[in-house]
Ligand binder design. Sequence first.
Ligand code: SAH
Length: 220
Amino acid sequence: MNHQLMLQGIGMTSQRTRTRLIQRLRDEGIKDDRVLDVIEATPRHLFLDEALAHRAYEDTALPIGHNQTLSQPYIVARMTELLLENAPRRVLELGTGSGYQTVVLAQLVSSVYSVERIKPLQDKAASRFKLLGLDNIRYRHADGGMGWPELAPFDGILVTAAPADIPRELLSQLSEGGRLVIPVGETSQELVVVTRRNGRFEEKIVEPVKFVPLLAGIIR
Ligand code: SAH
């Protein structure tokens, strides 16, 4: 892949903890080596406040402020693996958050478009994209519940906050053969994959998950 990280910043200790994380992801059933290699190379500690950075290579979700979380590495790996199955080039991500999932995606596909409703989170994420030298990410401060219609269609849409139901607008922004990976539900949630084939939408439930809710409106 052409989009490799310019900045690595791997110390000895963190290389060891990263190797352990990759082994754990394999044990949990992640099979795609491209995804595992990218997760191993991505400095997750840069996506956290300093006080939490020492926990960056644990397989756990961690707080990023504003009641939001950096997703667990397992779920990032799983969603990315599902999305890559149909070899997407242009991918829309809803819920930039820390920008970690965005950066993982940007190393695996041609272009990533990412929408975040909380401006301070987006600002921090944007500074990380710059620091890491990734130039194939476009981002937007908006309510992403409607997708990004001006730039549709997308070969892949990955949503990292859970709506109660699948937003129909997102389906219409998928290209033929395109795929939506999305957590759905309120008190209990499932990870759902929808693939557009011959104008029809094939839906598959993957596994139970726990995400923050997809919310309407923006925060400046
Ligand atoms: N992928 C992120 C996950 C962050 S949590 C990471 O690993 O860091 C989910 C994010 O979705 C939050 O930042 C939240 O503000 C954002 N979000 C929730 N509803 C949204 C909406 N309607 N449009 C855009 N972003 C939204």
